[in-house]
Design a protein around this ligand. Structure first.
Ligand SMILES: [Zn+2]
Length: 325
């Protein structure tokens, strides 16, 4: 019984590959945020280390299965950026390789998990190449990344790519309905659409006030388009949480762009279609800048200045951006 039901087929595929000895020693789980690739990696790690796999599932009872949840498994190693650091450094990789290639203590496999793998800087990635190419017997490296394009091709080509796709909408909606039975079904559908079909992202928004905050940002943008003049008000919570505000600004800008193109977009009312190319250029520039803001969200820069400038450019679209009819 799977916690994330849409992963069942991929787990079956992994089991089949393991049984046929076709699973590369370095599977790399890729896919956009919120599709469940980390849950799948968790499962595979447990499956590889379990000393008594039954029907393709980790037993949950052996010494390995008991040690893993507590973080004290002697044959399991993690490689991630250190707290407050953006990158995985080369000396971390060397230490990790040394640990993971020692003789297994429980007599089973040894597993190293690199997550997020795209955080390895170039030197770190290079230090990993030899181990990826000539792994020791019984050693598995499990890599997880939202952004495989950021990894050198030399690393990617030595891994077995296991893309985790956005699940069918029906499965995702059913899962969300089970988890958020008291939520308005329309809001569940909207959350999933705005999350580009990634169930865990929608789940997170429904579990806290994430969707409500996103809708408040949409409404603020709508009011600015209607006012068209006067001062630009910058909500205090945007400045307090740029990591929340910027992604929503990018998301809504993309939605407004879509609506101007085809007359509708999730979360926005219908509108007339626009064929003004300058409008799309300006929207695209705003979208790019919002993405840039998102990438810098944890940096100590003046997000209030950036947001005010962004909002002033947004408001300048009043009268040009199709208004809901
Ligand atoms: Zn077990």
């Amino acid at each position: 019984m799977s916690v994330l039901p849409w992963l069942d087929s991929e787990r079956d595929a992994l089991n089949a590959a393991l049984t046929a000895d076709r699973l590369g020693h370095a599977p790399m789980f890729t896919g956009s945020a919120g599709v469940g690739k980390r849950a799948l990696a968790d499962w595979l790690v447990e499956r590889l280390l379990c000393l008594d796999v039954t029907d393709g599932e980790p037993c949950g009872a052996c010494e390995s299965c008991r040690l893993l949840p507590g973080g004290t498994h002697p044959d399991f190693f993690r490689l991630s950026p250190e707290p407050d650091k953006k990158e995985i450094r080369v000396d971390q990789v060397r230490e990790f390789i040394e640990s993971v290639t020692l003789t297994a203590s429980l007599g089973g496999a040894r597993v190293g998990r690199i997550d997020p793998a795209d955080r390895m800087n170039r030197n770190a990635a290079n230090a990993l190449l030899k181990t990826l190419e000539e792994p020791a017997d019984g050693v598995w490296l499990v890599l997880v990344t939202d952004r495989p394009d950021r990894l050198p091709v030399t690393v990617r080509s030595r891994c077995q790519l296991r893309p985790v796709a956005v699940p069918p909408r029906e499965l995702a909606e059913r899962w969300l309905a089970e988890r958020h039975s008291s939520a308005d079904p329309d809001l569940r559908t909207l959350a999933l659409a705005l999350a580009d079909g990634a169930p865990r992202v929608a789940d997170g928004w429904l579990a806290d006030d994430g969707l409500a905050r996103g809708l408040a940002i949409r409404d603020h943008l709508g009011r600015l388009l209607q006012s068209g003049s006067g001062g630009v008000e910058l909500p205090a919570e945007w400045v307090e949480s740029p990591e929340v505000a910027w992604p929503w600004l990018a998301r809504w800008t993309a939605a407004w762009m879509k609506r101007a193109r085809i007359g509708r977009a999730d979360g926005l009312g219908p509108s007339a279609v626009s064929d003004d190319p300058t409008l799309f250029d300006r929207l695209e520039a705003l979208w790019q800048d919002a993405l840039q803001g998102r990438n810098l969200a944890s940096d100590p820069i003046r997000h209030d200045w950036l947001m005010l400038e962004w909002l002033a450019r947004w408001r300048a679209l009043a009268g040009q951006l199709p208004v809901a009819e």
